[in-house]
Write a protein that binds this ligand. Structure first.
Ligand SMILES: [Zn+2]
Length: 527
């Protein structure tokens, strides 16, 4: 559909949420109507029969008969009609559809021509007589492009009408009503569905006008019904444009719609493009009096080019507006500098060296919902935070369609592979530290509120990828200890932070495809 968004209405001022539906209301609360019930027929449970009038519909395209039927079913399968319940309405079922060749429409038609066409079908036994039906049928006629409505009032184009067409039985002295509505042809599916829904809600609440719900006051009409009050307002359900209608309980024009289901998920795949061994069997003695290390270790250094492809799934958005960020700055394509993170390099862990800080270069490309980061040969490893926020393009902020998510990821332009003895010593030392600290600090549990339904608060989920699940838990825990220790024992805090880094490094060879940041429903925030 051409509408910029799936559900709801433009510029709603309020919405009421009840199970399974959201009712959007326009800024016309306390709309002054005197819509009253006039004692006649009301639709409670009913069937809907679509009648496509004329052979025009045999070959019609854009829209075709199939397009219209599908749209009508989408609308009936939405909560759109649920706002009619205060008028006594309960349900409407799709009964069927038919292309009517005979009687055929002329070059012009009037409302009574439509009524006669439907009664002709009833009289010929195609449909049951209204008085024999339970539940009753609403006949909705779609006029052909090849025939025009001839009762337009000057300055006022009729889009459709409905009435309780009477048929006077000549033998038995009774008057029967068929509930008939029609929609003039329009090649815009949006307009067609807006007209259809307008006539439908009015037929349901006033099937035999003027005995149902209406108001007497108006300019170009004899009566004003629930769609007429709201004919300048429209909305969307299930991707289709619909007319809003007057709610006597909410006292305004409403569009009952689906709750928002927009959510995003971010995933990343890494690929090693190139690896070159640049140094091999370099040795280095452990510093004296080391807490963790002893003897001499050796290592091999590889220069690497890695590509990390971030993909955000925005399939629940109709027209997503995506903003990517790297380390909390709006991302731009090209070569950028990010701070290196030498805690990802085992040589700089623990007592071997203090961490110098400098920048690493990475290449960035952006193509809608895909962002790629490519490291450069020989650039120091870095920990980058990729985040993206997605909004429905052109939708007012009241809709709350903004979703945010992010991934923290170590990226490598070089990889230093220490010998096995070093790996074992590092692990053992980290575990030792971890246990010491763990026994001394009470675990602190942080919770973040998870919004349910919509419009949702914005949430940010950060996850480490390429690291085993159990290591992720441990890393989070270690980092939270480090955070807590920072003010009391900065050295120990830094060692813990490096230990957490070493767990990431340990996972590097296994950074693997498709790790996901989740969909926002139950992730933990890592700050
Ligand atoms: Zn109307």
């Amino acid at each position: 559909m051409s509408s910029p968004f799936n559900n709801g209405i433009a510029n709603p001022v309020s919405f009421t949420v009840s199970p399974g539906k959201v009712i959007y209301q326009f800024n016309n609360k306390n709309l002054n109507t005197s819509i009253t019930y006039n004692g006649g027929a009301i639709v409670t449970d009913c069937n809907l029969e679509l009648l496509f009038w004329g052979s025009f519909w045999d070959t019609a395209t854009n829209p075709s008969v199939g397009d219209i039927i599908a749209a009508v079913k989408d609308i009936l399968n939405s909560p759109y009609l649920s706002g009619l319940e205060p008028y006594g309405f309960q349900s409407l079922s799709f009964q069927g559809s038919m292309i009517i060749h005979s009687p055929s429409p002329g070059t012009t038609y009037s409302e009574s021509d439509i009524d006669n066409m439907v009664w002709n079908l009833i009289d010929h036994g195609i449909f049951n007589k209204p008085q024999d039906e339970d539940p009753r049928t609403i006949y909705m006629v779609f006029a052909p492009q090849t025939s025009s409505f001839r009762q337009n009032i000057p300055g006022f184009t009729v889009g459709g009408e409905h009435d309780g067409a009477t048929d006077v039985d000549l033998i038995l002295p009774e008057v029967n009503h068929a509930w008939i509505a029609f929609v003039n042809y329009n090649n815009s599916m949006d307009s067609l569905m807006e007209l259809f829904t307008h006539e439908l809600v009015e037929t349901i609440t006033d099937p035999e006008p003027p005995s149902g719900y209406h108001d007497n006051a108006t300019t170009s009409r004899t009566i004003t019904e629930i769609g007429d009050y709201c004919e300048n307002f429209f909305g969307w359900v299930n991707g289709h444009m619909v007319a809003s209608y007057y709610s006597k309980t909410l006292q305004g024009c409403i569009v009952p719609s689906f709750p928002f289901i927009r959510r995003i998920s971010l995933s990343v795949q890494s690929q090693l493009i190139n690896s070159t061994k640049v140094l091999t069997d370099i040795t280095r003695p452990a510093p004296p009096n080391s807490f963790c290390f002893s003897g001499t270790y050796s290592w091999t250094l590889y220069n690497e080019i890695n590509t990390y492809t971030f993909y955000v799934d925005v399939s629940t958005y109709l027209d997503p507006l995506i903003v990517w960020q790297i380390n909390n700055n709006d991302a731009t394509a090209g070569t950028i500098q990010v701070p290196s993170d030498l805690s990802l390099d085992p040589l700089f862990n623990y007592e071997f060296a203090t961490l110098p800080s400098y920048n690493s270069e990475i290449d960035v490309t952006i193509n809608n919902n895909v962002l790629t980061v490519t490291t450069k040969n020989g650039q120091a490893p870095a920990t980058i935070q990729i985040s993206c926020s997605v909004n429905e393009n052109g939708l007012p902020s009241e809709y709350g369609t903004l979703r945010q998510t992010g991934i923290i990821l170590p990226v490598f332009g070089w990889v230093r592979e220490m010998d096995n003895r070093f790996q074992q010593d590092l692990k053992a030392c980290g575990e030792k530290l971890y246990r010491i600290v763990k026994s001394g600090i009470k675990q602190k549990v942080k919770t973040i509120p998870i919004p349910i339904g919509d419009p949702g608060a914005k949430i940010k989920i950060i996850s480490l990828v390429g690291v085993r699940e159990e290591d992720q838990v441990k890393i989070r825990e270690v980092l939270s200890y480090a955070d807590e220790l920072k003010e009391h024992n900065a050295v120990l805090a830094e060692r813990l932070r490096q230990y957490a880094g070493s767990l990431i490094t340990g996972g590097h060879q296994n950074i693997d495809q498709g790790a996901s940041a989740g969909d926002g429903l139950n992730s933990t925030m890592l700050s």
